[in-house]
Ligand binder design. Structure first.
Ligand code: HEM
Length: 384
């Protein structure tokens, strides 16, 4: 009996070792290491290319408007294994080759692409990109995927730990998006025709067929009300509280041709909205904004229907403010909570190259935040 137990145990150990090895062999180099055990991280780090995160790229040299749907950046249909996700801006950049077409990129490539393709200003580009990379990227290989599907290099379907990228719910991606459903309903990243029909309806009713600042305020309010009433797990705390209002400004900021004046009130027409949101495609002869911008109007959109940061705490229609969340009255908390709660929650006790790269990326993120006078830098993993 003893002998049987011993051989059973060693067989068990062998099987679990092999399972472990095969799941780490199938692990794509762009998947986040968050949530893995110390042993899994150790095994993976030994096999992955260990990259020292380079300094972020600087602002554009020529930062005026120009044709961006040009001959060097043709739209191409997806190839098998290409990844797209919840962000219509990054999807479009990948489908036109401003980003690697497979949807896997370094932070440097993303910052360069959003500047070059959409004239996003350097500070916003760096802030958003390092935020996303810290929570959704692979901090050892310095790669981030703009969506969640993995290349079919191994197990199919992949084990839960290796799906993610920007689709990962609640650390960056969040609820009440304009054209994507809430995670609770099963798909937080694909273009949702029903929600897009509502986008069009609101643009017709409040903007004469164009998505502008007025429409943005109405639609943002509507999507929040919808989530409160239908999603028992609706969460509208920071960082989602901020990204939701910011993203509402993006369509009239970035998707309107740069040669049009007063683009915030002129707004985005529906044929072009369809191209960006559904098809990841620039309109023909599309020019980027005339000057670097991060989008304007988030505070106006918030002020039209002010709401406290909070969540449904006990099923639908139980929205309750969370006073510990950052909001527009405490922007510093956006940074400190993100670092000390969100990132630290994902990586409680990182070691070696993972710790080093966390420290470096947190430094780039803080520099991009640009509030050194009022908001002291946080060092949850010490310094190098
Ligand atoms: C700088 C790097 C960027 C990153 C890491 C990023 C990431 C994301 C993510 C994760 C979402 C999903 C949030 C959600 O709705 O739950 C999102 C949404 C969105 N992004 Fe981006 N984004 C970036 C730049 C841009 C740019 C340059 C544009 C416009 C040209 C853009 C336009 C949008 C829009 C309009 C949405 C809202 C989609 C909706 O609500 O249906 N993003 N982005």
């Amino acid at each position: 009996m003893m002998a049987f137990n011993r051989s059973f145990l060693s067989l068990f150990a062998l099987v679990s070792l092999l399972t472990n090895i095969s799941s780490t062999l199938a692990f794509p180099s762009y998947s986040s290491l968050a949530g893995l055990s110390e042993r899994e991280v150790e095994e993976l780090v030994a096999r992955l290319p260990q990259v020292l995160p380079p300094n972020p790229p600087g602002p554009l040299e020529f930062n005026g408007t120009k044709l961006v749907n040009d001959r060097d950046h043709p739209w191409k249909p997806l190839q098998k294994g290409d990844i797209r996700g919840p962000c219509p801006g990054l999807n479009t950049l990948a489908s036109h080759g401003y980003l690697p077409r497979d949807g896997v990129a370094t932070p440097t490539q993303i910052i360069q692409a959003v500047q070059e393709g959409f004239n996003m200003d350097s500070g916003t580009a760096r802030f958003v990109t390092y935020a996303a990379h810290l929570v959704d990227g692979n901090l050892v290989t310095d790669l981030l995927s703009i969506g969640g599907k993995t290349k079919k290099t191994g197990a199919d379907p992949p084990p839960p730990a290796i799906v993610g990228g920007l689709n990962t719910h609640s650390v960056f991606e969040g609820d009440s998006s304009m054209t994507r459903g809430d995670d609770f309903f099963g798909d937080n990243h694909s273009f949702n025709q029903t929600l897009f029909d509502q986008f069009v309806d609101y643009s017709n009713r409040f903007g004469g067929g164009f998505y502008n600042l007025t429409v943005a305020a109405e639609l943002r309010h509507r999507r929040i009300e919808e989530s409160i009433a239908t999603n028992p797990q609706f969460d509208f705390t920071s960082p989602r509280f901020f990204t939701a209002f910011a993203e509402s400004t993006f369509p009239y900021t970035f998707f309107v041709d740069g040669r049009i004046s007063d683009r915030t009130s002129a707004g985005l027409d529906m044929p072009n909205a369809t191209l960006f949101f559904r098809d990841s495609k620039f309109p023909n002869d599309f020019w980027r904004p005339p000057a670097p911008t991060g989008g304007t109007g988030a505070l106006e959109i918030f002020s039209a229907y002010p709401i406290a940061a909070g969540r449904n705490i006990n099923g639908v229609n139980t929205f309750t403010p969370d006073p510990t969340s950052a909001d527009f009255s405490n922007i510093c908390l956006l940074y400190t909570n993100f670092v000390n709660r969100t990132v630290k929650g994902l990586y409680p006790d990182p070691k070696g190259v993972l710790r080093r790269n966390l420290i470096i990326n947190l430094g780039y993120f803080y520099d991009a935040f640009g509030a050194a006078d009022t908001c002291p830098e946080q060092f949850p993993y010490g310094t190098l």
